[in-house]
Each structure stands twice: as C-alpha cells, then as structure tokens.
Design a protein around this ligand. Structure first.
Ligand code: SF4
Length: 171
C-alpha cells in the first residue's frame, strides 16, 4: 500500500459474527461408549483440533455451544441428554458421532434410543463404528461451513420432532 493510505476491508456484521462463531466452537463431549475414546484423539496433539478453533472442551453445558454425542444412549440416559441440551445457550449445535448415537447401531433393543434425533435436533451425523478421527474432523469442518454460510444445517425433521416431545421426566 502507498504510504499514507489506510488498510481496511469491508464486510457485513453477520458475516463477521459467523466467522467468529465458526472459529471458536466450545464442544461438550457427551461420551458414553467406545466412540468417546476416538473423540479424545482429535483433541490431542496428533490431530490437533486447535487448528480449527474447536479444542476448548467444556463439561458445563452453560459454557458450551457444540454438543458431541459419542456413544450409545440408553433410554435411562435420554432425559439427561435432553437436559444438557436445554441448558446450553443459543446458538448451539449437535453432532451425532457414530452409528450408535445416530441410529442405535447394532443395539436394536428395547432399552437403547434408536437415534438421538428422537431426543435432540441434530446438525451433523458422522457415520462409522467408530468414526475415524478424520471423519469426525470432517463433520466438524462441515458444521463450520454451515455456520459461516448462515445456512441452517439442523435437520428440520428432527428439530420438528424434538420440539413436539413432551417434557421428559427427571432422571
Ligand atoms: S458406534 Fe461403534 S464404536 Fe461407537 S459407541 Fe457404537 S459400538 Fe462403540
């Protein structure tokens, strides 16, 4: 730039806010089974999720905006999951990690939730048993793309369904 001229760029406020949100996700891992072990690796040094601004893991729902459900959710745990989701401030997002969380997996049984979208709205489903760290990272990057674009990534069908759920009893 010639001396004396100013460096500046223009943008829209909502683009700036989306950029900041996308690059400062605070995940709360709801780990119930083997998928949670795989989750641990992406916040460790080898995969280093910090490169994408999503490594500040929080175990208080009030400090988190990304719920990552990693593992099998049994019926008895469903109200706990819903309560945690309700306690997270908006805007918030949900990733369903692995087939157990997404569909019950091979636990086609009376005591297992057949997909967490029966309990909470899901934004991104990551398939696999367990998903590899790369697959989970791809899911997080896809979510970040949606956040930046302003596109609504949440599964409308599951959001509508979750909204009609009666209040769940306390665990
Ligand atoms: S999807 Fe596979 S690895 Fe993940 S919790 Fe279920 S059985 Fe375990």
């Amino acid at each position: 730039m010639p001396s004396g001229s100013a460096d500046f760029f223009t943008t829209r406020l909502d683009n700036l806010v989306a950029w900041a949100r996308k690059n400062s996700l605070w995940p709360l891992p709801f780990g119930t089974a083997c998928c949670a072990i795989e989750y641990m690796s992406i916040v460790s040094s080898h995969y280093d999720l910090a490169r994408f601004g999503a490594e500040v893991v929080r175990f208080s729902p009030r400090q988190a905006d990304l719920l990552i459900v990693a593992g099998t959710v049994v019926d008895k745990l469903a109200p706990v999951l819903r309560k945690i989701y309700d306690q997270m401030p908006e805007p918030k997002w949900v990733i369903s990690m692995g087939v157990c969380a997404s569909s019950g997996g091979f636990y086609r049984a009376y005591h297992v939730v057949q997909g967490i979208d029966e309990i909470v709205p899901v934004d991104v489903y990551v398939p696999g048993c367990p998903p590899t760290p790369e697959e989970l990272m791809y899911g997080i990057l896809s979510l970040q793309e949606s956040i930046q674009s302003g596109r609504k990534s949440r599964d409308d069908r599951s959001a509508r369904y979750a909204a009609t759920l009666p209040a769940l009893p306390s665990p």
